[in-house]
Design a binder for this molecule. Sequence first.
Ligand code: PBG
Length: 326
Amino acid sequence: MLRRPRRNRRTATQRAMMRETQLTTGHLIYPLFIVDGSNIKDEIASLPGNYRFSLDNLLVEIEECLTIGLSNFILFPAVNENLKDKTATYSYDPNNFYLKAATAIKKQFPECCLISDVAMDPYSSDGHDGLVENGKILNDPTLPILGKMAVAQANAGFDILGPSDMMDGRIGYIRENLDDAGFTETGIMSYTAKYASAFYGPFRDALDSAPKSGDKKTYQMDPANKREALIEAELDTAEGADYLMVKPALNYLDIIHLLKENFELPIAAYHVSGECAMLIAAARNGWLDYKQAMPETLLSIHRAGADVILTYFAKDYAKLLRGSEN
Ligand code: PBG
């Protein structure tokens, strides 16, 4: 045999030398849930190890992450039901605790990268990402609401905004609104290919944000489609997105690869709540080794082409990496 691929796998040093993909903590974004109040750290039943934090406890959590090199966070608000309405007015209310929290976080930790989610669902009494009328999700009337929400978030100090609503034309609309308000440096990480997936369950539990009726299939993409992701990516690129995101990640590795091959913008992948919950459940049952399966999972998303990964495992991965670096 002239060719023996095993020769390059013989020792740990040689394996390290030919390793094609490396995932550092700098590539990760940690999703965090915030709730109004104080002294709250409420575990999410369907996503063990993740919590709804009040600001005081969230600041402690962020500080802990920063000390292990994890400095990118995406923040989601769990909003009290009585503050929700049809037009999501609380989303840009100056008294909104989520906006005030962002300002406080950036003041205390200016070095962190703080990312927001732009969509109506946490604030909508209908639990939808857009405006609902007679059971229909209206596209164009939703845009001004998203625009106001985006400017309020930029004003609060968020570094990057993540429109997750899948309305047509919202990236360009938000970009223009931001620029007009003077926020030319605020980035947009667009949820470009966001699928109507069953894997968002634990997230909706965390925010109590499930649709009150119907589903999200008229705006989120059909899991059967791949070429359609190219259309979304072309539009978002033309409209001024700074990142293109694929969501979920694991069942959509082909989409991540497709966008990476066809677009120059950095590609993000959202390793969503349900995907993380599955692994946590298997590990808790003793069916999988978390410390091995978790990094293998994240590596596969990175190898498929994601430059950046949003994952509930970010903190554990950062800890693991530090352990092995010592
Ligand atoms: C809201 C939003 C969702 C997620 C991120 N932003 C839920 C949804 O679209 O219903 C899901 C994230 C996760 O499951 O971890 N627009």
